[in-house]
Design a binder for this molecule. Structure first.
Ligand SMILES: [Zn+2]
Length: 156
């Protein structure tokens, strides 16, 4: 965390109860900022329906780009949201598009240096690494790899 984000985060009262779920935290911070759902939707470019899904706990995690947008609109550090996100346990057959979106988000996180990630299928800690290789034109490419220490999940 750099100095600037510290200042922004500290703008919230230190003893403030921020809730321990994404739903609670979003509602608490939004209301503390004096924003309606509609105002937050406008500033974050989320739809009102999507914000309501998050505030009622239907949606429990955010992609890194969505998280940045919300944090910016709420004037908080994105880690405040990430701390209370919960990834659903998803099997590929449950919901293919959501499963693919979650894998894409895992890859983004690994490539941006995050190494403490939860397995999307069992919740145990994933072993993550970045593999350097060359594409067919000989250009360097970086691939996110991960495997679960408890279940057969592999990101390749
Ligand atoms: Zn697992």
């Amino acid at each position: 965390m750099d100095k600037n984000t510290n200042i922004i985060t500290n703008a919230l009262p230190k003893d403030m109860d921020l809730g321990d779920t994404l739903a609670r935290r979003l509602t608490i911070i939004r209301e503390w900022r004096g924003m309606t759902v509609k105002a937050l939707a406008r500033d974050s470019h989320f739809s009102v329906a999507r914000l309501q899904d998050i505030e009622t706990g239907m949606e429990t995690w955010l992609s890194s780009s969505d998280r940045q947008l919300l944090a910016l609109a709420l004037k908080i550090d994105a880690s405040l949201l990430q701390d209370v996100e919960a990834r659903p346990r998803l099997e590929p057959s449950d919901d293919q598009p959501r499963y693919e979106a979650m894998l894409a988000d895992l890859r983004d996180s690994i490539l941006s240096g995050v190494r403490e990630l939860e397995c999307p299928q069992c919740g145990d800690t994933l072993r993550c690494r970045v593999q350097e290789g060359l594409d067919i034109d000989g250009q360097p490419v970086y691939l996110a790899k991960a495997f679960c220490q408890r279940c057969p999940f592999v990101l390749k």
